[in-house]
Design a protein around this ligand. Structure first.
Ligand SMILES: Nc1ncnc2c1ncn2[C@@H]1O[C@H](COP(=O)(O)OP(=O)(O)OP(=O)(O)O)[C@@H](O)[C@H]1O
Length: 204
């Protein structure tokens, strides 16, 4: 279970996340909130890619900063800057060696990404940047998938495949999205970030 306890995060003294406590104990969540409310920040904190100003985050009782916690999750976010001198092939090979997983050939096929494998990241289109970001999140099929606006910029075929794949994904998923495929999806528990930030909490 992903557990956030009294998390605060400020940028240049401007608070974005304020004393937020929440336990993600269900299978599917959609974090909802207006632009700039902190949804991406929350996912980045939950993945250990941003450091909270205060508070504690654990994944299955392990600190989110630990290697074992990080191995259990995959994150896709446009906020994550990929090294632009590498190719997707190189990134995926490195990722798969770190996670001891197979090269994600089938996912690549489903996303129609094979022609882009040897294109430097710096030359990828926005939609193809989204695809490599998703591939890095999915390749090791983590127990926890954190997906920041996962369908934004995807072509129709890739979007349809991704939505169907997520429907049957065995692990836990937390998405941020403004899209009805998630916000109106009965399988996703909606979390309104503004309400959490006002001090909602952990069930005891
Ligand atoms: N590195 C940063 N430095 C300064 N401010 C930042 C930084 N990252 C995010 N912010 C600010 O934090 C706030 C929350 O940003 P965040 O990207 O988390 O919002 P969001 O809810 O995901 O927005 P959107 O729906 O537009 O994607 C915004 O006001 C943003 O400008």
């Amino acid at each position: 279970m992903l557990l956030l306890r009294e998390i605060s995060k400020s940028y240049q003294k401007k608070p974005v996340i304020n004393q937020l406590s929440y336990q993600f104990d269900q299978q599917r969540y959609c974090i909802i909130g207006p632009n700039g409310s902190g949804k991406t920040t929350l996912l980045m904190l939950a993945a250990g890619l941003e450091i909270a100003s205060s508070g504690k985050i654990t994944l299955d009782d392990k600190p989110i900063s630990s290697v074992s916690a990080k191995r259990q999750l995959g994150i896709s976010s446009d906020k994550i800057i990929l090294p632009d001198f590498l190719t997707p092939q190189q990134l995926l090979e490195f990722h798969c060696s770190q996670h001891a997983c197979l090269f994600p050939t089938q996912f690549i096929e489903h996303l129609g990404f094979a022609p882009q494998l040897t294109t430097p990241v710096s030359a990828l289109s926005l939609g193809n940047l989204k695809k490599i970001s998703l591939l890095l999140a999915l390749a090791h099929q983590p127990q926890y998938l954190l997906l920041d606006e996962p369908t934004t910029g995807l072509d129709h075929q890739s979007r349809s495949w991704l939505l169907a794949y997520l429907d049957s994904y065995p692990g836990k998923i937390i998405v941020t999205s403004h899209e009805e495929s998630f916000t109106e999806n009965e399988h996703y528990h909606s979390v309104f970030l503004n309400e959490l930030n006002q001090g909602s909490s952990i069930a005891s």
